[in-house]
Design a protein around this ligand. Structure first.
Ligand SMILES: [Zn+2]
Length: 497
């Protein structure tokens, strides 16, 4: 079979030039200059009998009858459809999104798959199974062709780049023959695969069962024509929905209040605290990216109790914003948000920046391996002695066994977990000899309050068991988290009007 014979046959079946190239297995750029590609493939094409749309739409003679519609793509690759698509996207909320990258997600009628199979059968009949076997598709599949052909055109017309993680343009395309042909398919399916109880017609079913290796042409032809029938109407653009990219905004927060929960604290439908770290930050950051606050997820590298402050460099956090309209953040804008959060007096943030989504692994994984630095204010029943101070200068790491604290048993399962304590240092308060300031470096996930008082032996050893005396904790601060992320960006240098 020569390429010329194939193209002539396809043309006689009403297959458009783009699809002819698909059946010649053209790749990438070969769809751009089709004339040249045909030449290279040793195919002569008579321009006068081809639809003029692809190359020179303006030179179409006015008297020419209505364009014929390709029987295999139903006009998906025609210039008319492209213009319709670009117009549809431009009329949507597209302009509200600043995403530099876009990706098309086109839902196509099932009939395109049926038509591909029909053409496959037709080619086998015409040229034999040695040219077109049962197992490998005769064409570049439509889905792939959409990427090769439609994507570059739409991107260049809209002035955006292709990016699988960019603004997703969901396009629903319908065709008037769809329901009739799917009805035929339902009948066909009952006959061709009678043992299958499931007669639900789906894309997956078509992909799996509807290949020459699984179904005979003779049976297929009783319900649907080989080669595919001509159509009179073009594809209809049913709807265009936009889904903005997921934008991740990271930074570090310091928690300055001992009366602030991490996330909204609601008990039996009632709010316990009016605000939370999550809300204070999201309120200032999210509106820049989205107008729907429910599309925001707050994550941090661990968390502290309501009554624990987090000082030092602060704790890394990230806001994951779905369907973002804006995906960039200038340092000036970031600084304005930092200043606005600081105004709360309860939380302070810095290093605010947009980060690639892949970097979220820093927050999500390896949590157990991280070191945390704490400072605890503790009280004894009696004045601190030199002996006690000596016992609390520990520079070698040791392991404790910690049962899930009673106070969190309602939300965490009961386990005994080993935790590493890397060092302990203590000094006595000058004002009150019964007060101890203890610095602890521990493995993430250690319950520090229980480490101090021992919780009736549920944590062993504990500071209490080490000194052999009861000890209580009055206040706790997180003073360091050894996660060097996100990068230092120093928005504070930026002056904000
Ligand atoms: Zn076509």
């Amino acid at each position: 079979m020569k390429n010329q014979e194939l193209v002539d046959y396809l043309a006689s079946c009403g297959v458009c030039r783009v699809c002819q190239l698909r059946y010649l297995k053209a790749r990438g750029n070969e769809y751009r200059d089709m004339q040249q590609t045909f030449q290279r493939l040793d195919v002569k094409v008579d321009d006068s009998d081809l639809k003029p749309s692809e190359d020179e739409p303006n030179e179409q003679p006015p008297k020419k009858p209505r364009l014929t519609i390709c029987s295999t793509c139903l006009g998906l690759f025609s210039e008319e459809f492209q213009s319709q698509l670009i117009e549809g996207i431009s009329k949507s909320d597209f302009g509200k999104y600043d995403s530099a990258g876009i990706v098309l997600a086109i839902t196509l009628p099932l009939t395109l798959q049926l038509r591909q199979l029909s053409m496959w059968f037709a080619l086998q009949r015409k040229f034999g199974k040695s040219s077109f076997n049962d197992n490998s598709a005769p064409d570049v599949p439509i889905k792939e062709a959409v990427k090769l052909i439609l994507h570059p055109i739409v991107c260049s017309k809209l002035g955006r780049e292709y990016d699988a993680n960019g603004l997703m343009i969901n396009i629903d395309v319908r065709h008037s023959v769809e329901s009739e042909e799917v009805d035929q398919l339902t009948e066909l399916n009952r006959v061709a695969f009678p043992v299958k109880k499931r007669t639900e017609i789906s894309r997956g079913l078509l992909e799996k069962q509807y290949q020459p290796a699984r179904i005979k042409a003779d049976i297929f032809e009783k319900y649907l024509p080989i080669p595919p029938a001509a159509v009179e109407e073009p594809l209809q653009l049913q709807s265009i929905d936009l889904m903005g990219p997921i934008v991740c905004v990271a930074g570090r927060y310091r928690k300055l209040s001992r009366e602030l929960s991490h996330t909204p604290w609601v008990l039996q439908g009632k709010r316990i605290m009016e605000e939370s770290i999550e809300e204070i930050i999201a309120k200032q950051v999210a509106p820049h990216f989205t107008d729907t606050v429910c599309k925001v997820t707050f994550m941090s590298s661990g968390r502290e109790d309501v009554d624990v402050r987090c000082l030092g460099k602060g704790r890394p956090f990230v806001l994951e914003i779905m369907d973002a309209k804006r995906s960039s953040l200038s340092r000036q804008q970031a600084r304005q948000m930092e200043v606005a959060v600081d105004m709360s007096g309860k939380v302070s943030i810095h290093n605010l920046q947009v980060v690639p989504r892949e970097q979220l692994t820093h927050i999500k994984t390896g949590e157990e391996q991280k070191r945390k630095y704490y400072r605890a204010l503790c009280v004894l029943d009696e004045p601190v002695t030199v002996d006690i101070l000596k016992k609390l200068q520990i520079s070698e790491s040791f392991i404790i066994q910690q049962k899930t604290p009673i106070r969190v048993l309602h939300r965490r399962p009961l386990h005994t977990r080993p935790r590493s304590i890397y060092s302990v240092k203590a000094c006595v308060s000058r004002e009150n000899r019964r007060l101890l300031i203890i610095d602890v470096v521990s493995q993430a996930g250690t319950y520090i309050k229980e480490l101090v008082h021992g919780e009736f032996g549920r944590t062993t050893p504990s500071i209490s068991s080490i000194i052999g005396k009861p000890i209580d904790i009055l206040a706790l601060d997180v003073v360091g988290i050894d996660l060097d992320w996100p990068a230092d960006v120093n928005n504070a240098e930026i002056e904000v009007e």
